[in-house]
Design a binder for this molecule. Structure first.
Ligand code: AMP
Length: 282
């Protein structure tokens, strides 16, 4: 597996693969890789001849006061995980390689997809995501790209962007990978101290409660949201940003459990903002 830092090197590698008629999968990440990322890489390796993993903490998707500087980084560990999983190329650019100093083009999206849920408190987040993912799509030009259901709104945003901008790329959504006790794996879990780590289980408990209600036939989305909210509020270290039912494809809020419903939450545990969700498919 090669580790490269420039756009040109990625292009040359991919060009050589294409000459051999090989297919290419892309797994975009911000690094500090864990089993969640690995599940995406494993799937990409199974479905493509060559796999590119991008490892880039993208500054344009972080707002003022967010954790851009403190975001955990460990390239050598990431490289080890990618190599073992069978990736062919690890792309780890510096911000200056990805963004010219006078860059002034962004990919923006209007409407509920980017203004609901995380978009309410992170107004520039999805513009940064759409921009960097478009750039990666143009740099790698993969056949398929892999994204986790953990970031369900992001997955819906990327699917819409690919449709709207005619990217010839198949978007593959992958299930949430959890710790044994239920906590969704996240690079940000490293911010939690031991007390907060225990308190963070309230997210997966609320997800389990909501899912059980939906599967038992509860059609009132507001009732499910209320139960989940109650569950989270019982944990003193947790502070809700949002718990909300939306259409999983459009991110438009819903009050009836008409599938596909995305039941999504963002919750601060101490100072750490965690997300979790489930999709009710009927
Ligand atoms: P990140 O490095 O957090 O930007 O995540 C990179 C990709 O990995 C995104 O598509 C995430 O949705 C996905 N991902 C992160 N955590 C998980 C998880 N626990 N299970 C499945 N996918 C995940």
């Amino acid at each position: 597996m090669k580790i490269v830092k420039t756009v040109e090197e990625v292009r040359q590698e991919v060009k050589a693969w294409r000459k051999e008629g090989l297919t290419v999968g892309l797994v975009p990440t911000m690094g500090f890789l864990h089993e969640g990322h690995k599940s995406l890489i494993d799937r990409a390796v199974a479905e493509n001849d060559r796999v590119v993993v991008s490892d880039f903490v993208n500054p344009t998707q972080f707002g003022a006061g967010e954790d851009l500087e403190s975001y955990p980084r460990d390239l050598s560990r990431d490289a080890e995980l990618c190599r073992e999983a069978g990736a062919s190329l690890l792309f780890n650019p510096e911000p200056e390689e990805m963004y010219a100093q006078d860059a002034c083009t962004m990919v923006d999206m209007s409407g509920d997809l980017t203004t609901e849920l995380c978009g309410r408190t992170r107004p520039i987040h999805f513009r940064g995501v759409c921009t960097v993912v478009s750039k990666l799509f143009n740099i790698v030009a993969p056949d398929r790209a892999y994204f986790g259901q953990k970031d369900a709104q992001q997955l819906a945003v990327i699917r819409r962007m690919v449709r709207d901008l005619n990217f010839d790329i198949e978007i593959v959504g992958c299930p949430i990978i959890r710790e044994e006790d239920g906590l969704a794996k996240s690079s940000r879990n490293t911010y939690l101290n031991s007390e907060e780590r225990k308190a963070a289980l309230v997210l997966s408990r609320a997800v389990a409660k909501g899912r059980a209600m939906a599967e038992a036939g509860e059609k009132d989305a507001d009732k499910i949201v209320a139960e989940m909210t109650d569950c989270i509020n019982q944990e003193p270290l947790a502070r809700i940003d949002y718990v909300k039912a939306v259409n999983a494809e459009t991110i438009v809020p819903v009050s009836v459990m008409e599938p596909p419903v995305l039941m999504a939450m963002a919750v601060y545990v101490g100072k750490t903002r965690l997300i979790d969700n489930f999709i009710y498919k009927g």
